[in-house]
Design a protein around this ligand. Structure first.
Ligand code: ADP
Ligand code: MG
Length: 725
């Protein structure tokens, strides 16, 4: 397998597609967007859909029928034959169930059918999707329901309709339903606060711009490794002589095969309305990044998931396998997905961007400080939203932010907050107000313009007009961290509004005085979350402990907070998730964690027993035959010739014995863990009792790779996998 794959990969040529059409004319061609709605819907239906998008109003059955009719006409004019509800079950990926438009009438004649009821609701066989016990408890089935805020699109010959996936009793069985609720909550809370500064604001959108990192491996090479194929990462492999130490890949020339892949990917993205914009090499060999222009958060999440789906297909056409795993190779950087986040009004104002007047800057400070306060209070919950078995390999391993959440804001904004902390309590004198407006709040825009200092080790950094969440895993649905971030922000802004209103009503403070007063307290009480130093350093771990910040290093630990009293209250107050849903989502995540490591353990067992030990035995036999031969020819004198061979035999034997023993022990431990009563206990035991075996066994296998003759080594090596020609 290995040598055939290497030969195959050496003979590849780039598969260049023609790019005759301009990107801007391709953009959104396969999307049922505003332009198509105007063409294919009646004015009434168009207005009702727009109202539903803007204010969440209901679409009645008659209108749904009209929308479906228009959508069908458009889709069929584009050559679509099927439709599907496209949804995001808790497995982390996307799911779809295709139905043909084609149907038979009672008289046996063929027709194309797609009505309001098919558009609005579908019933996939929910029993095969994880539900964390929700369906068992309620004996309810699940259904998918149309999300009109994310436009339908055509992929290949299928009309895809973005939907939520919920149980008949209403509980979310997916990642989208909670996200939509969180976006709704933050819209309500942020609009109320934004109206302090501008009465015209009617809606606030969360915005998200992700940066997706990934690896590309030759398809034949990837297929030659069962671990990559099944688990998405290498479970063994001795480091290549050349890794990323020369730093020659980052922003280097993109290899031509990869460039051809990227061009086609970008073309497909354009057709689907995904506004991808940047592409470049990343730090590790064969690692790359793609990032779009930011969008409304729900749409952006959909676009990220859709992009990951298309990437796999386009990669396949270019004879690549794309790896989204957070840590596919030991010893070189893994992949993340930075989530750039902000809040934006329907009047076009970025609430985390300083403005040109003191009033606009006070608005900026309000949202800025409230974000800090929200993250300070719920740092552990934010950490839980990026927990997964594969991301555990990356967080805190000196290439990605630590498992401790902290905020970087830069020295200059820290100085502004320090000054605000000194604001008097209660009413402000006219001089103090002028001083504040001119010299503190008024100065912010200049400051940010030359604020280029960027701390790359911070998990939550302010970058001029947005926050950047850096601990998100490459493989993850960013809907999860976006749900938590927008929920805690909604909750925070609600409390802020209450406090400010109380000061205005009861203490008769002016609005700006009240805002200054509340912000001052927030600045004082949220200091522990601010950290501008080196997040990778050991000292920070100690310092964070003193500050009582959480440092949950693995997924089972990190997920516990989901069902704490405080979390339950937060999600209930904001209407984002019920206690039942939180418990169910926690169970599903824990279950995912267990399965992930269980599969790795099983694959590793196969590799040890069926690949590595047999190869080692073959090499042993070669050496033994050689030693025997030398002994026959030279008699007692053979010893001076056979010492190296004997040494190798001994070292090999040590590794083989250890690898086999540890593998057997791991399998026994897995059997014990699988019999445990609760998924929480299983997860604990996979984390502490099984995961360490994977690392230990690997060291022995990597030891064997260094000893065994190259022509007998069965698995494609790092140096072959990692350098695309
Ligand atoms: P980098 O972090 O690599 O230095 P940039 O600062 O240029 O890159 O931006 C990174 C990402 O931030 C882009 O994907 C961009 O779309 C996104 N972004 C920019 N402004 C906003 C915003 N207001 N809200 C959300 N994302 C944003
Ligand atoms: Mg970034």
């Amino acid at each position: 397998m290995r040598f055939k794959a290497v030969t195959e990969s050496n003979n590849r040529t780039p598969f260049v597609i023609s790019e005759m059409e301009r990107r801007s004319t391709l953009f959104g061609k396969h999307v049922f967007n505003d332009e198509k709605m105007l063409q294919f819907l009646t004015r009434d239906a168009y207005d009702k859909v727009q109202a539903a998008i803007f204010s969440g109003s209901k679409i009645d059955r008659k209108i749904a029928d009209q929308v479906a009719e228009g959508m069908k006409a458009w889709a069929m004019s584009m050559g679509a034959t099927h439709y599907t509800h496209w949804f995001q079950p808790l497995t982390g990926s996307t799911a779809e169930k295709h139905d043909a438009f084609f149907d038979l009438q009672e008289n046996g004649r063929a027709m194309e059918k797609f009505g309001g009821s098919q558009l609005v609701q579908q019933e996939p066989d929910a029993s095969s999707f994880p539900s964390g016990g929700i369906r068992n408890t309620f004996e309810a089935r699940g259904y998918t329901a149309w999300d009109p805020t994310s436009p339908a699109f055509i992929y290949k010959t299928t009309l895809c309709i973005p939907t939520i996936f919920v149980a008949y009793t209403g509980e979310a069985l997916d990642n989208k339903a909670p996200l939509l609720r969180a976006l709704n909550a933050v819209d309500e809370a942020a609009t109320a606060v934004a109206q302090y500064f501008d009465k015209n604001v009617k809606k606030v959108y969360a915005t998200l711009g992700w940066e997706q990192e990934y690896f590309l491996i030759d398809k034949a090479l990837a297929k030659s490794r069962p671990d990559i194929l099944i688990t998405g990462r290498t479970l063994l492999g001795s480091s290549a002589a050349k890794g990323q130490q020369l730093d020659d890949h980052y922003f280097g020339v993109i290899p031509s095969r990869v460039l051809a892949f990227m061009s086609e990917l970008e073309k497909e993205s354009m057709l689907l309305g995904i506004p991808v914009k940047t592409r470049h090499n990343e730090v590790a060999p064969n690692q790359f990044e793609v990032a779009p222009v930011y969008e409304e958060a729900n749409l952006s999440v959909d676009h990220n998931l859709l992009l990951m789906d298309i990437m796999e297909e386009v990669a396949d056409r270019h004879n690549f396998k794309v790896l989204f795993h957070e840590k596919p190779f030991a010893g070189i950087n893994g992949s993340g997905k930075h989530n750039n986040w902000s809040l934006s009004t329907d009047t076009g104002v970025n609430l985390l961007s300083p403005g040109s007047t003191p009033m606009k800057n006070l608005q900026f400070l309000t949202f800025f400080v409230n974000t800090i306060k929200a993250v300070d209070r719920y740092e552990e919950l934010l950490r839980s939203s990026i927990a997964s078995a594969s991301n555990d390999h990356r967080l805190g391993s000196n290439e990605a932010p630590p498992a401790i959440i902290s905020i970087f804001i830069g020295q200059q904004l820290a100085d502004v907050l320090d000054e605000l902390e000194g604001v008097s309590k209660g009413k402000l004198s006219p001089q103090e107000k002028t001083e504040l407006k001119l010299n503190v709040v008024g100065k912010i825009p200049e400051i940010l313009l030359d604020n280029t200092d960027r701390n790359r080790t911070s998990p939550f950094a302010f970058t001029g007009n947005k926050f950047e969440m850096r601990g998100v895993g490459a493989k993850m649905n960013c809907g999860k961290p976006m749900t938590v971030l927008n929920t805690i922000m909604a909750n925070q802004l609600k409390e802020f509004k209450k406090e400010v209103d109380a000061l205005i009503d009861k203490k008769s403070l002016k609005k700006d005085e009240a805002v200054f007063n509340v912000l001052r307290e927030y600045i004082k009480t949220s200091k522990r979350i601010r950290f501008d130093g080196d997040g990778y350093s050991f000292n920070w771990q100690e310092e964070a402990r003193n500050r009582k910040l959480s440092n949950n290093k693995n997924t089972p630990e990190a997920l516990q907070v989901l069902t704490s009293k405080e979390s339950e209250e937060l999600f209930a107050n904001t209407g984002v998730m019920s206690a039942i849903e939180l418990k169910a989502h926690q169970e599903v995540e824990l279950g995912n964690y267990v399965h992930h490591i269980q599969i790795e353990g099983r694959i590793l067992r196969e590799l040890v027993y069926n690949y590595i030990v047999p190869a080692a035995v073959r090499y042993q036999n070669e050496l033994l035959e050689n030693i025997g031969g030398l002994k026959e020819v030279y008699g007692a004198a053979h010893k001076s010739f056979t010492e190296p061979q004997l040494n190798i035999l001994e070292s090999m034997a040590e590794h083989m014995v250890a690898a086999k023993k540890l593998t057997d022990k791991m399998i026994e431990a897995m059997e014990r863990a699988d019999n445990m009563g609760t998924v929480a206990k299983k997860a604990q035991s996979y984390c502490n009792g099984i995961k360490p075996f994977l690392t230990e066994i690997r060291t022995h296998l990597d030891g064997l790779e260094k000893l065994i003759s190259d022509d007998l080594w069965p698995l494609t090596k790092y140096r072959e996998l990692l350098f695309i020609k």
